[in-house]
Design a binder for this molecule. Structure first.
Ligand SMILES: [Zn+2]
Ligand SMILES: [Zn+2]
Ligand SMILES: [Zn+2]
Length: 825
């Protein structure tokens, strides 16, 4: 970085400065060295600095410090040419650093001598240059406090205006149709600004200076309410105010409403109204998945859930995600979140939501407006058609949604906030990649199959897309393809390399293969768990050429390098390669996919793999688990397992959780979403047993070696004996759940410790990365992290990228970039 001491002069002498005294000085004495401490600099600010009101902030600060020059956006970031008193200049740079606009993220400020002449005697915002702007698309941001104040101020011209926003808040990704980001290329294009809005938009002193979606009652989008059955709504029967307030009354009366939110339609009902919640669940065919909730303020949330200061700050942040909170004393109906210990709460994130909930002293269920696993509706006509059978009323508006964006989900575990679903408020903010990635060719990571995202990697940054959902659904896959095209256009991105999962049947892999073929790109396959670990390495800043670390990847299922299913893996990995050092015990999944949705199949397969039916009957015939299994088609299953028909072996940690949960009687027969039984098992864990009980009672696992490949593996036989024994003793399930979690954490850490010392051929490895969907389990995560740290391991975990398959694309891109960089050397 360029530095200068006070008093030295840089830049050319101005020849035609406007101020008379300067004009005299420069014209009359061009050769004379100015004796004051005048100085000129070129300052480049990089990071998230465009479209966040950065230029007006710079402008105001320059005015304040009496500086001359210009500020502009270009492909590099924000470029400032500035001259003035050296000390004022120092203060100006300090202010940029310490007091940027709320949505800005400064990655670096580079200062250098000014190569252009600064003539003017004022400071001006100049138009963006025609270079390619890389940071033009930002996440949507929740309503800021100033806008909030306006919408509740009866004397403001934006009183109760549901589309109020400024440069510090409002929609971005959800309304952008093309770049560069300006109003003409958003869905606000056909709303012509009124004179008042126009003057704010053009005034650098106003916080709406170049706020592209700015609008008001006079010129912007409108909201109205309509009935699903097409009959007219007598709004005055519900309110003395407006249609938004009428919707509030309808919710209070137990109706289900569809609301056009920021990134898609949402379905809402009073969360305390048991019948309404149950009806919504049934009509939406939601199964057992918890509903998200919204409350007007922290006070309402705190009646139903515990929230730490950190969690409250997350709720109130510009991203305004759904935050998973521990349910508190005052209970909501069971149908809000059946069988889980947490509630997913968010605060209003748009003026529309603030206005809707103003009079509502109870939380509402606010879930995406869709049927089952389909993507949510974004167009009015589509919503009327698809949601007409669920909602009785629609709160509609006439601003189109350009890009479907779900709500984000965050949870605090092991002391840190972790994004579990990255969407509204976070995507598409780029993640800065560690050293070495700047020179890698552009890579597109296609993601996996479930909870899918994709990733654009270029110039040392990774843009992880918003969450799109499970690609098994045809609508979701269509949405994935169109989002992929949008992102590539918005970021002017053209990959040299396409990275896919090794699973041949993933739709994302097939699509990536097609793209690579038709566009002539290099295709790189990345093993599922290697991608998980690489994603964790990348977000924790490990450089491209860093030494191998130990990776613990625990999840449902991923395609293994040997063609079998993996899902509980211990790898030694750098970005380019990995070695599988150890695994969970491979156990058959009788029925294949069916075993994911019928947990008892896993229990049966595990018991047969460990002890066989005779042993089980001899020792545990009195258990109701035995009664249950007797009634199942055992002969058929035995045959399938024996012949290896539709019973792939899987070393899956997720399936082990299912097996244990079903053994304890939790959702034995069927679950409505993957991992539901495991999530309920976690919810039951008795804290006291976890924290206080002697470790000797934690269920034991052993670490023998597999016959086929001599790999050490986690053998659950002893665990099953202890667990079944506890079931006979009628030990409460919460105690069993705690002993299982603790025992599993102990053996995972024991395995890591062993591998770090015995299995590593070179230096002992002291860094461990934890990834995979199972680490969404906060109890297991906290137990493992705590125990690894106690042994002085450096533990890497996910915060920005989801630990589940939503983070996979980042890892694929990182691996492919590392391989591509290496091969070109
Ligand atoms: Zn605002
Ligand atoms: Zn207006
Ligand atoms: Zn996975």
């Amino acid at each position: 970085m360029w530095r200068d001491c006070c008093g030295e002069r840089f830049g050319q002498q101005p020849r035609h400065a406007v101020a008379p005294e300067r004009r005299n000085a420069s014209v009359n004495a061009p050769e004379r060295v100015i004796e004051t401490s005048e100085r000129a600099e070129r300052i480049v600010v990089r990071g998230l600095v465009q479209g966040v009101g950065f230029r007006p902030t710079v402008w105001r600060s320059a005015q304040h410090h009496g500086l001359r020059g210009t500020v502009a956006n270009d492909g590099d970031g924000v470029v400032i040419h500035v001259s003035g008193e050296a000390c004022a200049l120092e203060d100006f740079v300090t202010a940029l650093r310490t007091d940027p606009p709320p949505l800005a993220r400064i990655d670096e400020i580079v200062r250098g001598p000014c190569e252009i002449t600064i003539y003017a005697d004022d400071f001006r915002i100049v138009e963006s240059r025609a270079t390619h702007v890389t940071t033009g698309v930002l996440p949507d941001a929740a309503t800021c406090s100033e806008c909030l104040h306006e919408i509740f101020d009866p004397f403001s011209r934006r009183y109760r205006y549901p589309f109020t926003n400024c440069t510090h808040c409002g929609p971005r990704l959800s309304i952008i149709e093309a770049i560069p980001y300006d109003r003409a290329r958003t869905t606000m294009a056909h709303f012509r600004m009124c004179p008042s809005c126009t003057s704010e938009y053009g005034d650098p002193q106003d916080r709406r200076f170049h706020a592209e979606p700015t609008a008001c009652h006079a010129c912007g989008p409108r909201v109205w309410i309509e009935r699903a059955d097409g009959k007219a709504v007598a709004v005055h029967a519900y309110t003395m105010m407006d249609d938004v307030d009428a919707a509030c009354t309808l919710l209070q009366r137990g109706h289900i409403a569809a609301i056009k939110g920021l990134g898609g339609f949402q379905l809402a009902c009073d969360a305390t109204h048991g019948a309404a919640v149950a009806r919504l669940r049934e009509l939406k065919r939601r199964g057992g998945k918890p509903f998200a909730l919204m409350a007007r303020d922290a006070g309402v949330i705190r009646r139903y859930a515990e929230a730490s200061d950190e969690e409250l700050a997350l709720l109130a942040s510009a991203a305004a995600p759904i935050v998973l909170l521990r349910a508190a004393a005052e209970r909501l109906p069971e149908s809000v979140a059946p069988g889980v210990a947490t509630l997913g709460f968010m605060l209003p994130n748009t003026p529309l939501h603030h206005l809707l909930l103003k009079r509502m002293t109870r939380p509402i269920v606010l879930t995406s407006g869709n049927l089952s696993d389909e993507p949510q509706c974004i167009a009015n006509g589509d919503a009327r058609q698809r949601l007409g059978g669920i909602a009785e009323f629609f709160l509609m508006h006439d601003r189109d949604i350009a890009c479907r964006v779900d709500d984000s989900v965050v949870a605090v575990s092991a002391g840190e906030a972790r994004i579990l679903r990255r969407a509204r408020g976070y995507a598409p903010a780029p993640l800065r990649l560690p050293a070495g990635f700047e020179t890698a060719p552009p890579v597109l990571g296609m993601g996996g199959e479930l909870k899918n995202t994709f990733c654009l990697l270029r110039e040392g940054k990774a843009i992880l897309s918003h969450h799109m959902g499970d690609l098994e659904d045809a609508y979701t896959f269509a949405d994935y393809e169109s989002s992929l095209r949008r992102y590539q256009a918005l970021f002017e991105f053209s990959p040299a390399v396409i990275a896919i999962d090794a699973h041949p049947e993933y739709l994302s892999s097939k699509h990536g293969r097609d793209l690579a073929e038709t566009q002539g790109r290099t295709l790189i396959q990345v093993q599922h768990h290697h991608a998980h670990i690489a994603a964790c390495m990348a977000e924790n800043g490990l450089p491209l050429d860093s030494a191998p670390i130990l990776g613990v990847a625990l999840d449902g299922l991923g395609y293994g390098a040997d063609g079998t299913f993996w899902g509980g893996e211990f790898l030694r990995a750098n970005y380019r390669d990995f070695t599988r050092l150890a695994t969970f015990k491979p156990v058959a999944m009788p029925g294949g996919e069916l075993a994911v949705y019928e947990p008892w199949r896993n229990t049966y397969a595990h018991l047969m793999a460990e002890m066989g039916w005779a042993h089980f009957t001899m020792n545990y015939a009195e258990l109701d688990l035995h009664d249950f299994l007797v009634k199942q088609p055992r002969a058929l299953l035995d045959d399938m397992i024996k012949k290896g028909v539709n019973s792939p072996p899987a070393s899956s940690c997720g399936r082990l959780f299912d097996a244990v949960a079903a053994a304890c009687g939790i959702l034995r027969e069927s679950v409505s979403y993957e991992g539901e039984a495991a999530i309920r098992l976690e919810a039951l864990v008795d804290e006291k047993t976890l924290e206080e009980e002697d470790e000797i009672l934690a269920y034991p696992f052993s670490i023998p070696r597999l016959n086929v490949n001599n790999l050490p593996y986690i053998e659950p036989f002893a665990m099953w004996q202890a667990l079944l024994g506890d079931l006979i003793l009628k030990t409460p399930v919460p105690v069993i759940a705690a002993r299982f979690h603790k025992g599993l954490a102990i053996v995972i850490v024991r395995m890591v410790d062993k591998l770090s010392r015995y299995e590593s051929v070179e230096e002992p490895v002291r860094t461990v990365a934890l990834s995979g969907g199972v680490f969404q389990n906060a109890v297991l995560m906290e137990q493992v992290v705590k125990r690894l740290r106690a042994l002085d391991f450096t533990v890497l975990t996910h915060r920005q990228a989801p630990t589940n398959d939503g983070g996979l694309a980042l890892g694929q891109a990182a691996v492919a970039a590392a391989r591509a960089a290496h091969s070109s050397l």
